[in-house]
Design a protein around this ligand. Structure first.
Ligand code: TEU
Ligand code: CA
Length: 556
């Protein structure tokens, strides 16, 4: 079924790192407003704003102390209202980040809950320790590689936190908590929000607090991932609140498999509209995204196919604030900022991939100019709490420091969190002050200003691909069919009754000779080329990092 939120691309803003307006080194809402024309110019229809709510910022805003106010570091509620209005003028809707698995310890609910004040006493998951205070209630481990229980001296009980210890989990067995969430949803929808990206939305319901099966990643997961109670909450929020507004939801769903994702996003079940899964970004990683292994195009196509065909509608993304930069990951960032480099070609290849898959494309800030992983030299420059926790854990099991750093720099979430590179000047046009996180030295060559007027830039190519997708019903709604892989070559088609496109990608800096089958499939009219081809005369090879999109049926 057609929907407005299936039509256009969503642009994710990580406010801290987007545009600073007052020189304190931290991006803010007035900064975003000042860049709305650039955002609109890309072809953005919706902005997903990572959290700007009041927060002690222990996890960059994913630890909220007031859901209905804005953190002073980002601006005021009036600034937020202005952002919604100014975006609307440009036909852009704003999607808020809904972080409701946990709050900050500084949230008044938690402060009152610690003191057993009603009605907040059971807003969180409190438990007595085993053997008095001495042992936590169970053996679960957290997403940030710690235990999940923290002892509170005031209440003299432990509270559960699946993430950082300053992010206590809410107790969804308490109906009052769900009522609070409904109020938050209505508050933002009434202010004009276009929907919600729902943070770790599949772990809300803790069926039991029994010990979990021991696991290297997450002990206890089987007691809270995608439980029936979780589905019921989503249906309730949908029925009672979301359905009364013209909005959409995309759930971030940790550790989901396809069957679970289907249950969460099947349109008939009325839970979420789309989900973010991680499988396609872990082709070359073990233990989620932490340990490297070899990339294979074949494995990527296999995973893409599974999800593209398995779900009714996909949230298509290659980057976000928790992932590394795609050009440094599946691409090749050598020659960053330089014309004709592997960097330029592979960044454009990612644009072509993003816009030819079936689903709503999400672009993370900076992806559209091909920003790369950070260039930090040591852990001291990293701010991400997850990276530091992981480092501590690896140290405990005697990993040498060189190996720790090697793996951490491959996985650290700060890779994508460095400030947006607007220009070549000091502060990269992001700030006139001291930036909160290091700015990549490659901003001197790789920046927005260098690309904005250049028709051959990565930025211009993103715009082109976004327009191509928007102009084609087949690229938006057509079916997905895997065609073939051979070494670094990956091909699929998008088909509707009267029209078909074939997309071919060479995931290597080396020229790729096409076999007979590939040559037959690649007969058609050129629709997009990332290396400036003006026609495709059924050639016999693809250049390094080439992405070719052909219209193979329905050519008028
Ligand atoms: O992320 C949750 C999540 O499942 C992971 O991506 C997690 O950040 C980590 O990488 C697991 O290894 C969401 C937010 O996107 C993230 O920024 C927050 O830190 C987290 O929830 C807690 O709110
Ligand atoms: Ca600022």
């Amino acid at each position: 079924m057609k929907k407005w939120w299936k039509e256009g691309v969503v642009y994710q803003i990580y406010p801290r790192s987007f545009q600073d307006s007052n020189g304190d080194g931290i991006g803010d809402i007035p900064g975003i407003i000042s860049r709305l024309d650039e955002i609109a110019g890309l072809g953005t229809r919706t902005i997903w704003l990572s959290p700007v709510y009041k927060s002690p910022q222990i996890d960059n805003g994913y630890d909220i102390s007031d859901y209905c106010d804005i953190d002073p570091v980002f601006g005021t509620l009036a600034d937020m209202e202005r952002l919604i209005a100014e975006a609307k003028k440009r036909d852009i809707g704003i999607v808020m980040d809904l972080v409701i698995n946990h709050t900050s310890v500084e949230h008044p609910w938690f402060q009152k809950s610690r003191r057993r004040e009603e009605p907040y006493k059971d807003y969180y998951i409190w438990q007595k320790g085993r053997g008095g205070h001495h042992h936590p209630p169970n053996n679960w481990t957290s997403f940030f590689m710690e235990g999940v229980w923290e002892f509170d001296e005031l209440r003299e009980e432990y509270y559960l936190h699946l993430f950082h210890k300053k992010q206590p989990d809410l107790n969804y067995k308490n109906p009052l908590v769900i009522e609070e969430v409904k109020k938050i949803l209505r508050f933002w929808l009434d202010k004009g929000a276009a929907g919600f990206r729902c943070d770790v939305i599949n772990v809300l319901w803790k069926t039991s607090l029994d010990d979990g099966k021991k696991s290297l990643m997450l002990t206890g997961l089987e007691h809270y991932k995608c439980q029936e109670g979780n589905h019921a909450i989503l249906r309730q929020l949908r029925r009672e609140v979301l359905d009364n507004y013209d909005c959409f939801t995309v759930g971030e769903t940790a550790m989901v498999n396809l069957d679970e994702a289907k249950l969460l996003s099947d349109p008939g079940r009325q839970e979420l509209d789309m989900v973010f899964y991680f499988d396609h970004l872990e082709v070359d990683r073990r233990i989620a995204r932490f340990v490297p292994k070899k990339f294979r195009a074949k494995e990527l196509l296999k995973r893409l196919t599974k999800w593209q065909q398995g779900l009714e509608w996909n949230a298509v993304y290659l980057e976000n604030h928790d992932q590394v930069r795609i050009v440094s990951h599946y691409g090749d960032d050598r020659g960053a900022g330089e014309r004709g480099s592997s960097w330029e070609r592979s960044a454009k290849l990612m644009a072509a991939l993003l816009c030819t898959l079936r689903g709503t494309p999400f672009i993370f800030q900076g992806q559209e100019i091909g920003m790369t992983n950070f260039d930090f030299n040591s852990l001291d420059e990293v701010k991400d709490i997850e990276t530091h926790n992981l480092n501590r854990l690896m140290k405990k099991i005697f990993f040498p420091s060189w190996l720790r750093w090697k793996w951490l720099r491959l996985s650290s979430r700060d890779n994508s969190r460095t400030p947006f590179q607007w220009n070549a000047g000091p502060g990269a046009g992001f700030t006139t002050g001291q930036s909160w996180l290091g700015i990549n030295a490659n901003h001197k060559k790789l920046n927005y200003d260098a690309q904005r007027k250049d028709p051959a830039s990565v930025l211009s190519y993103y715009k082109k691909m976004i327009r191509l997708r928007e102009s084609s019903e087949t690229l938006k709604y057509g079916s997905f069919k895997p065609l073939l892989t051979a070494g670094s070559l990956l091909m699929f088609s998008r088909e509707s009754p009267n029209e078909a496109y074939v997309a071919a990608f060479n995931f290597s800096s080396r020229r790729k000779k096409l076999n007979g089958e590939a040559r037959v499939l690649l007969r058609g009219k050129l629709a997009a080329s990332n290396i400036g081809r003006t026609e495709w005369a059924a050639g016999d090879s693809l250049e390094g990092w080439e992405a070719l999109v052909l219209q193979v049926r329905g050519v008028s």
